[in-house]
Write a new protein. Structure first.
Length: 110
């Protein structure tokens, strides 16, 4: 156990309130079962809105809204190829977040 008493001469961690606000906003956006599933899928490849919608059990327009919100946070990129739009992960740290979620909530020992 770490002792963080005020008598210790340890440096206080730095923190930017605006950065914490931005992080909280993006974490709130991630905090949805459909969005977490989309992140999990996109960490393993590129998918269209229709493919993500079908896997998540939501209509295409609902999937598009989820993707738009996550793209606004910089989590995903999209590329148009003909008539299809493919989504892929743009934020590599999503893998670490998903690793934590999977080990805590999706592992057999959870």
């Amino acid at each position: 156990m770490v002792n963080h008493s005020s008598t210790e001469a340890t440096a206080k961690p730095e923190g930017d309130p605006q950065a914490f606000a931005q992080a909280a906003e993006c974490l709130k956006i991630l905090a949805h079962p459909v969005r977490l599933r989309m992140v999990q899928m996109l960490l393993h490849g590129r998918y269209t809105v229709g493919e993500l919608a079908e896997d998540s059990g939501v209509p295409d327009n609902v999937a598009s809204e989820h993707l738009r919100l996550m793209q606004r946070c910089g989590f995903f990129d999209s590329q148009r190829e003909g008539r299809k739009v493919y989504y892929e992960v743009a934020e590599p740290h999503l893998q670490k977040i998903m690793d934590c979620i999977e080990s805590r909530f999706l592992s057999e020992s959870a």
